[in-house]
Design a protein around this ligand. Structure first.
Ligand code: SF4
Ligand code: SF4
Length: 182
C-alpha cells in the first residue's frame, strides 16, 4: 500500500492557513526507509512539539507528504493527528481513505466523532469503489457501513478488493486480500 503519486504540487492542495504546527504524528506512524525509520516508532530526527530537526535536508517522501487533515477543510480541529491519534491519507486517486493509527492508541479511531464519520464515508463509497481501511501497523481493518472486517496482516503490494456479496450490492460487501506474488 503506497501513497498515490501526483503530478500536482502537493502543497497547492492544502487548506489555506492550516499547518502542522506542533503535530509530528506522521513522523511516528509510517515506515520511512530513507531515514532508517520503522513504522510505529518516532523518527530519530523528530523534535517533539517543534517538527523535524533536519527540516532543510529531510527526504522527499517527508517533504511531499501532507495528510488528509491538511487537505480537507471539512475536518475540524479534533481531526488533527496529534489529537486524533491517527493519520489520514488517501490512495487510489482518492478512492481509498487510509487511517494509520498511533500504536500507543490503537483503538482511538473507534471513538466519536471519528467512528460515525468513517461509517458515513464507507456508506458513501458503496458502489463508487470507495474504501475505508484502518491500519494498526500492518494489521488492517476494513470499515464497512454495516460491520468491520479484520483483514489480518496486509503487506505493501497486497491488494484489498471489495466485491458485492452474493446477493448483490444491496446485500452488502465482502472484502478479499489478494496477496502479492512471491
Ligand atoms: S500528520 Fe499531518 S498535520 Fe501532523 S505533522 Fe504530519 S502532515 Fe502535519
Ligand atoms: S526526517 Fe523529519 S520529517 Fe521525516 S520522519 Fe523524520 S522527523 Fe519526520
Amino acid at each position: 500500500m503506497e501513497q498515490t503519486a501526483t503530478v500536482l504540487d502537493p502543497a497547492s492542495l492544502l487548506v489555506p492557513g492550516r499547518e502542522c504546527g506542533t503535530c509530528t504524528m506522521c513522523c511516528k506512524v509510517f515506515r520511512i526507509p530513507e531515514v532508517d525509520k520503522v513504522a510505529g516508532q518516532w523518527c530519530r530526527h523528530v523534535a517533539q512539539g517543534r517538527g523535524c530537526s533536519i527540516h532543510a535536508t529531510r527526504p522527499d517522501v517527508c517533504r511531499t507528504f501532507f495528510c488528509h487533515y491538511l487537505r480537507n477543510g471539512q475536518l475540524g480541529p479534533e481531526w488533527k493527528p496529534a489529537q486524533a491519534k491517527f493519520v489520514l491519507y488517501t490512495e487510489m486517486n482518492g478512492k481509498r481513505l487510509v487511517v494509520a493509527t498511533d500504536p500507543s492508541a490503537p483503538v482511538a479511531w473507534r471513538k466519536q466523532p471519528y467512528y460515525a464519520q468513517f461509517k458515513r464515508w464507507a456508506a458513501a463509497g458503496v458502489g463508487q469503489g470507495g474504501q475505508v481501511i484502518v491500519f494498526n501497523a500492518k494489521r488492517a481493518t476494513a470499515v464497512l457501513p454495516d460491520r468491520d472486517i479484520d483483514l489480518g496482516i496486509v503487506e505493501v503490494g497486497d491488494e484489498v478488493i471489495y466485491r458485492p456479496s452474493r446477493g448483490g450490492i444491496q446485500s452488502g460487501i465482502d472484502v478479499d486480500v489478494r496477496r502479492r506474488a512471491g
